[in-house]
Write a protein that binds this ligand. Structure first.
Ligand code: ZN
Length: 157
């Protein structure tokens, strides 16, 4: 497979991964998924963020929900604050023990595949111009082996 085909395939795979991740992140804004470890804590994906909530010592989960994964409709409205990491300590009542929670936004997961797609797109454009693979200078009228007149590099390296 030549470099152009490889770059095109890389571009579409990276776009597909970016779109799938974006769809999953948007889906967490309409419903939320939780994984609960009994009396220990709960992992919640909602509002485009992943929250880890540590239950205080002695906290008892409701009976009948061991090691559960559940999908619920969202109860908390979306807020800009979910776009940045956050650490909170909360209690339901002043006499209750502290509940610690860490919230990490999910959008940074989009950056690597989006960056790969951007790079692959640029490589595709550069290669499809059929000029020099290194600098893009036109190779019209040159033989296949002759080095690039602009950057001096060989066509195959
Ligand atoms: Zn060149």
């Amino acid at each position: 497979m030549d470099a152009l085909k490889r770059a095109k395939r890389k571009f579409w795979i990276a776009v597909a991964v970016t779109v799938a991740l974006l769809a999953a992140i948007v889906a967490t804004c309409f419903s939320y998924m939780s994984f609960e470890a009994p009396s220990t804590g709960i992992l919640v994906a909602d509002n485009g963020a992943m929250k880890a909530i540590r239950y205080p010592a002695g906290f008892r989960s409701l009976p009948g929900t061991p090691w559960s994964v559940r999908v619920h409709r969202l109860q908390v409205p979306w807020h800009w604050a979910t776009l940045v990491p956050a650490y909170r300590e909360d209690r339901f009542l002043p006499t209750d023990p502290l509940i610690c929670s860490l919230s990490l936004p999910l959008w940074p997961l989009l950056l690597p595949p989006a960056f790969i797609a951007y790079r692959a797109h640029r490589a595709t454009r550069r290669l499809s111009r059929a000029g020099c693979k290194h600098c893009g200078y036109s190779r019209a009228g040159l033989s296949a082996e002759s080095p690039c007149p602009e950057c001096g590099r060989a066509p195959t390296t």
